[in-house]
Design a protein around this ligand. Structure first.
Ligand SMILES: [Zn+2]
Length: 302
């Protein structure tokens, strides 16, 4: 990558589209452009990149058991729904189904697909490199699975390992008090977290055909607290110690109204994030500055 060329682009604040024809393409994006990456034709894709201001959202799910009553793809189905709703509010391109993440803790349950650590990192890195090569310079990771949290944060940190001409952002929503209060009013259970009241509700709102609430009582979602005596310690077995059934909470309390509110709130926060990422020029500028400095550390002013 030619650093000087990068700076020129930055200065013109229109650095994503070097060729004049791209600008002409950008000028007339079709109104009905799909948000689904895989539905775009090649010429559409050029327009979609322009309309999305070079942003793309990768909803990162997983394939794992969700109690006796919800589908293996619950996290994938939910986070894609949130992404699609947000893209309707703030246009961006939604990457196809992505379920390569961290799920070793469910390997004892049927249907789990647990890729190796290297595969997780390499596949996501190559996916981002290819998106970057295709003009997507602001890649948004939307995590749908709690077990991916540490992996995706590490992945974001690892972006500084070598120079990139694109930036990776992880959706990091913080519900504000009013949202939390609204959700609290509708919640009926206190223990939740996996295929419990919230996830069952979201599925009832999004794909009621996949929420078998009548089966929710077939297994316990109680916390087994088998490591309760361990003090100030984190171990990889913690989830299995608490929720060996891969179920936390009680899905029989799921309701469509709560689900609708959860999806609406998350989509609103994500749309807000996409908007701010589109306006953001600082991240890429700082990244370039950092990469320059990391190639000549002795020149870094002390
Ligand atoms: Zn889940």
């Amino acid at each position: 990558m030619n650093v000087n060329k990068v700076f020129l682009w930055v200065a013109s604040a229109n650095f994503l589209f070097p060729a004049a024809s791209m600008a002409q393409e950008a000028a007339k994006p079709e109104a009905g452009l799909s948000v689904h990456y895989e539905e775009l034709t090649a010429p559409d894709f050029i327009q979609a990149v322009a309309k999305a201001e070079a942003t793309c959202v990768i909803p990162v799910g997983i394939l794992e058991k969700h109690g006796p009553h919800l589908p293996l793809g619950t996290d994938l189905i939910d986070c894609r729904e949130v992404a699609l709703r947000a893209a309707k509010q703030e246009y961006t391109i939604i990457y196809p189904a992505y379920y390569v993440g961290q799920i070793f803790e469910a390997k004892h349950q049927p249907g789990t697909i647990a890729y190796s650590t290297w595969m997780m990192l390499d596949l996501l890195q190559e996916t981002c490199d290819e998106l970057g090569r295709n003009g997507i310079k602001k890649i948004i990771l939307l995590n749908g699975h709690g077990g991916n949290e540490s992996f995706l944060r590490f992945f974001c940190q690892a972006q500084l390992a070598s120079r990139k001409d694109y930036a990776v952002y992880l959706f990091d929503s913080v519900e504000d008090d009013s949202m939390e209060a609204a959700l609290k009013k509708l919640r009926k259970t206190t223990l939740d977290g996996h295929a419990g009241e919230e996830e069952t509700s979201a599925m009832l709102a999004n794909r009621p055909d996949l929420a078998h609430v009548d089966r929710a009582g077939q297994e316990s979602g109680e916390d087994q607290r088998r490591l309760a005596n361990l003090k100030h310690a984190y171990t990889g077995i913690w989830w299995y110690a608490s929720q060996p059934n891969h179920y936390r909470g009680d899905g029989s309390y799921g309701n469509k109204e709560l689900g609708e509110m959860i999806l609406k709130l998350e989509a609103g926060l994500l749309a807000e994030m996409i908007r701010s990422v589109k306006e953001d020029t600082v991240t890429l500028e700082l990244q370039n500055q950092f990469f320059d400095g990391s190639e000549r550390p002795l020149k870094t002013k002390q």
